[in-house]
Design a protein around this ligand. Structure first.
Ligand SMILES: Cc1ncc(COP(=O)(O)O)c(C=O)c1O
Length: 404
């Protein structure tokens, strides 16, 4: 008799964004004339930069000729891209990461979901609360957690690290020692950023306790402040305790193109095994390489023209972030994030729950955001707005909210 993976049955409800989509669709149907502005989902709106488009076109043309046609890509990524990443994202920042420690993939969602496979099921996982849901759900699917506790609103046998107004939305070192620690900075959903000294404490803690940090730096391109690290490898000792995940989605608009990478330093060993060799084996067996065309597009991200164009793109989104942050603050809201991240995290007014505020905002301002409670129990009473809309819509949305 066929049985199923019962761990999947522990997962909760429908995915946050499908619930939002259903509510918005119902509202639009009932109010067909209303212009709804979406500042909810974390998808970008600006087109790919010209340097990337040129590189894509050239790569497509190469595919049309026998001499330049490419079939399967190397499992771990083309040298040209891995070299560009190693140089620009690491060596130029003074971090010692080599091209052969970089594994190119189709994005950080897959990598952040798949990385847990190389660890034993008896490992204890620590996550921030609120959190990007993929880290938790993939550990639930694997059977590394207990059941869902409806009273607490989270899973048994997971260490949740509350990120609250009191601690500036930054997790504190947990008392119970975890094996795997997921950290994401700049943070989705709160937009909080960690200083280099703050991150160094985590690296020291992991090296002392033997934990492994899985560091998601998908939003590093939005960092504005000097003392905020762009990579965990800026911290001393990170090579012996940290894996880093990166994405081309938010720094270069690849949400629909798909490209990312994971860094596993060769020194990183646990249980007598190099994690680099396990991830190489996993990647080689289950992944057949990101498309050549897409990797060529990724290479253009590091060209001088690509860098200049993407800087402008990020500035465009960060201007939106400033409009949201300042507009809400002036309207009397308590806001954070938005300085080193494209996310603004606001406290719901008048003790409203996150979903009550969602409905209120949709009804009164016709603006869609994301309820903080969808990211974890400690997200209750908070709300996320994103800077990924157009400038015009963002401005209009904030004007409407200010008038509510
Ligand atoms: C923290 C975080 N990690 C990873 C991802 C997914 O990135 P990708 O598009 O590369 O799969 C997202 C997307 O929203 C994210 O917020």
């Amino acid at each position: 008799m066929v049985t199923v993976n019962k761990n999947y049955l522990k997962l909760q409800g429908s995915y946050l964004f499908s619930t939002i989509a259903k509510k918005v669709a119902a509202y639009q149907e009932a109010n067909p004339e209303t212009k709804i502005i979406r500042l909810g989902i974390g998808d970008v709106t600006q087109p790919l930069a010209p340097a990337i488009i040129t590189s894509l076109h050239n790569a497509v043309d190469e595919m049309a000729h026998a001499e330049t046609f490419r079939g399967y890509a190397p499992d771990l990524g083309y040298e040209f891209l891995r070299n560009a990443i190693a140089k620009n994202d690491y060596q130029d920042r003074g971090c010692q990461i080599d091209a052969d420690e970089i594994f190119v993939s189709d994005g950080a969602k897959s990598d952040s979901g798949n990385i847990q496979e190389i660890f034993g099921l008896d490992n204890k996982v620590a996550v921030c609360d609120p959190v990007y849901p993929v880290y938790v759900d993939t550990n639930v699917m694997a059977g590394r957690t207990g059941e869902y506790n409806p009273v607490r609103g989270n899973f048994d046998d997971v260490i949740y690290m509350p990120c609250t107004e009191e601690n500036g939305f930054l997790p504190e070192l947990p008392e119970e020692i975890p094996d795997l620690i997921y950290l994401c900075f700049p943070n989705n959903p709160s937009g909080a950023a960690i200083t280099k000294e703050g991150l160094q404490e985590w690296v020291d803690y992991a090296n002392k306790t033997g934990a492994v940090i899985i560091y998601d730096a998908a939003y590093e391109a939005y960092i504005r402040e000097e003392n905020v690290p762009h990579t965990i490898y800026e911290c001393e000792g990170a090579r012996t305790c940290a894996i880093e995940l990166r994405s081309f989605s938010k720094n270069a608009g690849f949400t629909g193109v798909r490209l990312g990478f994971t860094v596993v330093p060769k020194e990183l060993e646990r249980d007598g095994v190099k994690l680099h060799s396990l991830w190489a084996r996993r990647h080689g067996t289950k992944f057949n390489g990101a498309p050549y065309i897409v990797q060529k597009a990724g290479e253009a991200v590091y060209s001088p023209e690509g860098k200049a164009q993407l800087k402008e793109q990020i500035n465009y989104y960060m201007r939106n972030a400033q409009v949201i942050y300042e507009g809400l603050k002036n309207a009397g809201y308590s806001v954070s994030g938005g300085v080193n991240a494209p996310y603004i995290w606001l406290k719901t007014p008048d003790q409203m729950t996150s979903w009550e505020f969602f409905d209120y905002l949709l009804e009164k301002a016709h603006v869609v955001g994301t309820p903080g409670s969808g990211f974890g129990a400690h997200g209750e009473g908070f709300f996320r707005l994103t800077a990924f809309g157009t400038y015009e819509n963002t401005k209009e949305a904030i004007e409407r909210i200010a008038k509510m």
